[in-house]
Design a protein around this ligand. Structure first.
Ligand code: FAD
Ligand code: FES
Ligand code: FES
Length: 473
């Protein structure tokens, strides 16, 4: 193919020799934009953060922050990126840079461009309203949860965030939001270290996959990017699926909601707008805003990690998956999808097209995640629960578990102990003891087997005490 083009800070840059595994971060830095830094190369520190232009669904543009270390350069063909250098300059500081400077938000400065980018994304977030998130300027401090600072301390950074106003009418980047964002560009790249394809539509993607069943699917890159950077994994062929319109639908039907596997978690959160309360409770506990701006539901399920957070949530919601291949589509209950450690029912040439959640939803739900850090961490144990009571008897209950077996599982013993029984402390304590025996938890660097079993028990008790209060009102 001809070269790729990426617009950086308003200037289109041609790339003639792009390689499938080059990261956006390395390319930007090689091109002299050294504001973005490599701190960890695995999505944990935010030093590499950049803004990308994305459609806002109304013909305009949203400016969203992503980890450039996890973005593959060919995936950015035709797209627009803004780095810290494009936000402001010495003598013409952007309001975010100004507040960071005058409030002492920077010492060594290594983390600062990344903080500035995450802060700018929040500054331009159209839904930001006074008083939201209990801050006078509506700034969601969790938008910075993917940025680490090792020397300044977070207080002055937080002060800078809370001092920000709203963008003035003539703000250059603010105005950018009124223009349409770049469209997804089909891309085909063949080089000595592999091929990269961004197909134009689902049929083309399925043709490619049928002919190359060993190809690696790329969505948000938050798992695959880590494999590339840290484990030096390389794919003979990469097929990007996150831009496929067929994987980006979110539809409400009478008896189910269908969520496209290629939508990232921020988009899903925004588009559901709290209408699936269990997912609304789960989203903020997943990684950081930087990661959620890229990570897709399809990627989270497709990696088949036993500690992924979406399976426990979706098992509780009794979800099924729509799998697509050149032969057509089939529906598989999520509870039957995982067959063993990192093994699934996905056949050769098949991908996850959508997740289907049956309606009506069970009204009482809870998500409990036990991890070493409150934010931006993978689960040691995760528990999703969805329940319905009929005159205080449990008429329906689904409990999804992560981190206690080779695959995500349902807590069948605890479910069975509760179904049809009165929702009382005694019955719940009995079920919780059984829940502590679910799965085959292992001891590893995250948690011991004993701790994991204890947390299972605790999660059900916590659900009882929290939600019984809510039920009693
Ligand atoms: C710092 C950090 C924090 C994280 N925190 C969490 C966390 O709190 N909870 C959690 O669960 N995970 C977490 N993760 C893991 C990761 O973000 C998620 O698994 C994410 O959902 C992966 O989605 P993706 O779109 O980025 O996948 P990608 O990296 O693009 O793809 C990963 C793999 O998924 C498969 N895949 C992708 N799309 C499809 C599809 N449509 N059909 C079939 N297979 C597909 C392919 O095999 C692909 O190689 C974290 C990762 C990082 C780097
Ligand atoms: S370099 Fe640390 S998140 Fe990218
Ligand atoms: S200022 Fe040094 S790491 Fe943040």
């Amino acid at each position: 193919m001809e070269g790729l083009t990426v617009t950086v800070n308003g200037q289109p840059r041609g790339i003639q020799d792009a390689k499938p595994h080059t990261t956006l971060l390395n390319w930007l830095r090689d091109g002299g934009l050294t504001g973005c830094k490599e701190g960890c190369a695995e999505g944990e520190c935010g030093a590499c953060a950049v803004l990308v232009s994305r459609p806002d669904g109304r013909g305009g543009t949203r400016l969203e922050s992503v980890n450039a270390c996890l973005v593959m350069l060919p995936a950015m063909n035709g797209q627009e990126v803004i780095t810290a250098e494009g936000i402001g300059s010495p003598g013409h500081l952007h309001p975010v840079q100004h507040e960071m400077a005058v409030r002492g938000g920077s010492q060594c400065g290594y983390c600062t461009p990344g903080f500035v980018i995450s802060m700018a994304a929040e500054y331009y977030r159209p839904e930001r309203r006074d008083g939201e998130h209990h801050t006078p300027n509506g700034f969601d401090i969790h938008s910075l949860s993917g940025n680490l600072c090792r020397c300044t301390g977070y207080r002055p950074i937080q002060d800078a965030a809370h001092a920000l106003g709203t963008p003035p009418e003539d703000d250059t980047l603010g105005t950018l939001r009124t223009r349409p964002s770049p469209t997804v560009q089909p891309t085909h790249l063949t080089g000595p270290d592999g091929e990269f394809h961004r197909p134009a539509d689902l049929p083309e993607a399925l043709e490619l996959l049928a002919a190359n069943p060993d190809a690696t699917l790329l969505a948000g890159g938050t798992d695959w990017g880590v494999e590339i950077n840290i484990r030096h994994a390389r794919a003979k062929m990469t097929i990007a699926v996150d831009g496929l319109a067929e994987l980006r639908e979110l539809e409400w039907h009478d008896d189910h909601v269908r969520i496209g596997a290629g939508l990232n978690l921020t988009e899903i959160e925004r588009r559901l707008d709290g209408r699936i309360p269990l997912m609304a409770e789960w989203f903020p506990q997943f990684a950081s805003r930087l990661i959620r701006n890229s990570a897709t539901l399809g990627g989270n399920i497709g990696t088949a990690s036993p500690i992924g957070d979406s399976p426990p949530t979706l098992l509780a919601l009794d979800a099924s998956l729509i799998l697509a291949s050149r032969q057509g589509e089939r529906e598989v209950p999520l509870s039957e999808f995982f067959e063993g450690y990192r093994q699934t029912k996905l056949g050769d040439g098949e991908l996850i097209r959508a997740v289907k959640i049956p309606l009506p939803l069970a009204p009482i739900t809870g998500f409990y995640k036990y991890a070493k850090r409150r934010f931006d961490d993978i689960s040691s144990v995760a528990v999703g629960i969805a329940m319905e009571l009929d005159s205080n008897n449990v008429s329906r209950i689904r409990i999804g578990l992560g981190g206690v077996a080779a695959t995500p599982i349902r807590a069948l013993k605890a479910e069975e102990a509760l179904i049809g029984k009165p929702w009382t402390e005694r019955n719940v304590r009995e079920a919780a003891a059984l829940m502590g025996q679910e799965g085959t938890p292992l001891s590893d660097h995250r948690a011991s087997a004993k701790y994991r079993a204890a947390m299972l028990e605790q999660a059900l008790l916590k659900f009882f005490f929290e939600k019984s209060e809510a039920v009693r009102g």
